[in-house]
Design a protein around this ligand. Structure first.
Ligand code: ADP
Ligand code: NI
Length: 217
């Protein structure tokens, strides 16, 4: 099967699987990560087919919506890739990327690294920062009925993952607890450059936000 058809079929499968997904992880998130990953790959030495397949399939079954089951995502991707007759080494590599690129894996049990994983992970992290990241954060905060900001509730950088999930802190805190920390977690040179730019944009946003909050602008 030629490359274009492989990608087209993967897109069709992903769109179908993500029907009705919430806006933080819908098809448009996948499309942004896919496009960004292709751009990052253009200045890195990497296998573009692996990058594209992993970007397209990386959120196919988020454990958060499958009772914490971390096997469903990689297993669904493998079944699909086998159905379109890809070579075993390609399937294995894509599976490893999906398994190892999550935030959680980056905090501990890393057992696989590759340039292709680094690129897709950077593209996914970039989508959490900058203008898009900001929009996603406030969408999430609205969904959870959180305050925009509360000067009496300072950010807390020492929460465990469990505490963080249960926290009802204002959305602005999420910038300090997670989003502003992402630029130092980038893997690739091109990812770092983009992250710096998106980071500065968030800093400017926060500066303007506080000025408006205080009636100064
Ligand atoms: P990931 O896809 O990296 O697992 P999450 O599912 O944790 O990300 O979050 C999805 C989106 O919602 C991201 O853009 C993230 O920044 C945002 N988000 C997650 N937790 C919060 C929070 N406490 N406040 C505001 N936004 C959040
Ligand atoms: Ni993602």
């Amino acid at each position: 099967m030629n490359r274009t058809i492989i990608i087209e079929q993967t897109i069709a499968f992903v769109k179908d699987s993500l029907k009705g997904a919430e806006s933080g992880h819908d098809w448009w998130h996948i499309e942004r990560v896919w496009k960004t990953a292709i751009n990052l790959a253009s200045t890195e030495k990497a296998d573009l087919l692996i990058v594209e397949l992993a970007a397209l399939l990386h959120d196919i079954a988020d454990p958060k919506f499958h009772n914490g089951d971390e096997e469903i995502g990689p297993a669904t991707a493998v079944t699909f890739l086998k159905s379109i007759d890809l070579e075993d080494d390609v399937i294995f590599h894509v599976e490893q990327i999906i398994r190892n690129m999550s935030w959680k894996s980056s905090l501990g049990k890393i057992n696989f690294r590759s340039k292709e994983l680094e690129i897709v992970q950077d593209a996914d992290r970039l989508d959490a920062i900058g203008a898009i990241g900001l929009a996603r954060a406030f969408t999430y905060g609205g969904y959870k009925n959180r305050e925009l900001y509360n000067p009496e509730i300072p950010p807390n950088l020492s929460m465990t993952k469990e505490e963080y999930k249960k926290s009802t802190a204002p959305t602005i805190n999420h910038f300090y607890e997670k989003l502003l920390l992402l630029k130092d977690k980038m893997n690739t040179e091109s990812g770092k450059i983009r992250a710096e730019e998106r980071h500065r944009f968030m800093e400017k946003f926060l500066e303007q936000f506080y000025a408006e909050w205080n009636g100064e602008k």
